[in-house]
Design a protein. Structure first.
Length: 359
């Protein structure tokens, strides 16, 4: 569905359902039937001519199913993209008794002077395509859109089918004031709201997406959307069905990448901290190992100290013993050498003693 923008105010080109152009003269069906009845009652003798006219009108109606007339001229159904609105018909809706408008294939906005009913058409598009009244930012209950003084109103919207020129999808919503409820028909067959919404989704119509359908009363809300929300809604509006999902997957992957990079930086910082701590611990371990080796060596040396002292004492004893032996040998040698002198000394001593005795 092409984006539909609702604008208020005068523009150079104003098109409203109340203003007929030479390319778009469409009478309500009720008006056409009354005219036929009046013609037959006034002039019975012209009944053959009336029948011919009725046949021509029926042929023209059949031709309109394959041909649309709008402000831009005549268009074939093949000119419309799947999901484009080809016709809107309202009955007892807001201020309209009966109204029918046939947009061209390139409609993307509704423009015209104030008070010409643009908002009513926008409301009809939203409500006729299965949206809640809240999407319009106006009335709370659907029954408030039924024209005052009437119990029922209806919206009928015809959409181009999924294949260009391959038929149309007509959705009719009848609004019942009593009980604030609605009934639904698709191509004349009564159905449920969920089935209508399913058919609309298949045509990629997103009335709740402000980038595709913008009522006047939600312009302020649209202007306050963040850049992220605008991107998201734009992707939904113009992209393939999986474009938003792919973007969300990319966003999730980007977030995961950011988290992973952050985790990697944290791990790198922790690794650097641990490396520095490890360097400090390695120095401590090295000093501890050196201390352990020194203590072990000290214990060994301490254990060997008595042995060393014994060895040193024994060596000293051996040296002393050798010196004593050598000294004794020298003594004996000296004694032997001094033997005659001793005898002479004794003899002299004896003489001295005798001499002293003679006195």
């Amino acid at each position: 569905m092409p984006p539909v923008t609702h604008l208020e105010g005068n523009t150079k080109r104003a098109e409203t359902p109340r203003t007929q152009t030479k390319h778009s003269k469409v009478e309500p069906r009720a008006t056409r039937s009354k005219r036929r009845r009046a013609a037959s009652s006034v002039s019975p003798e012209n009944s053959e001519e009336d029948e011919a006219n009725e046949e021509d009108e029926e042929d023209s109606t059949m031709a309109m199913k394959a041909l649309r007339i709008g402000a831009e001229g005549t268009h074939n159904l093949q000119d419309y993209r799947p999901g484009s609105i080809t016709r809107i018909q309202l009955h007892n809706f807001v201020t309209y008794d009966h109204m029918e408008v046939q947009p061209g294939p390139h409609m993307n906005m509704i423009i015209g002077p104030n008070g010409t009913g643009k908002s009513t058409i926008v409301c009809a598009i939203a409500l006729g395509l299965g949206e809640r009244p809240s999407v319009l930012g106006r009335a709370k209950d659907i029954s408030e859109f039924v024209k005052h003084g009437h119990e029922r109103g209806s919206i009928e919207i015809t959409l181009a089918g999924r294949q260009p020129g391959g038929g149309e999808l007509t959705i009719q919503r009848e609004i019942i004031r009593e009980g604030n409820k609605s009934t639904w028909r698709v191509n004349g067959r009564q159905t449920s709201l969920s089935e209508v919404q399913k058919a609309i989704r298949e045509l990629d119509i997103q009335v709740g997406n402000l980038c595709q359908f913008l009522p006047q009363d939600r312009v302020v809300e649209f202007s306050k959307m963040s850049a992220q929300d605008l991107l998201k809604e734009t992707q939904r509006a113009v992209g393939r069905g999986d474009l938003l999902e792919q973007q969300q997957q990319l966003a999730a992957l980007r977030l995961k990448e950011t988290q992973t990079m952050s985790e990697m930086r944290r791990v790198a910082q922790d690794t650097e901290t641990l490396r520095k701590q490890n360097d400090v611990l390695e120095r401590d371990v090295q000093r501890w190992q050196e201390r352990q080796a020194a203590e072990s060596q000290l214990r060994v040396l301490t254990a060997l100290l008595p042995v060393i002292r014994y060895i040193e004492a024994k060596a000293e004893h051996d040296r002393t013993k050798d010196a004593r032996r050598q000294a004794h040998a020298h003594y004996l040698e000296a004694k032997n050498a001094s033997g005659p002198a001793e005898e002479e000394i004794q003899e002299l001593e004896t003489r001295i003693a005798q001499s002293d005795g003679n006195r």
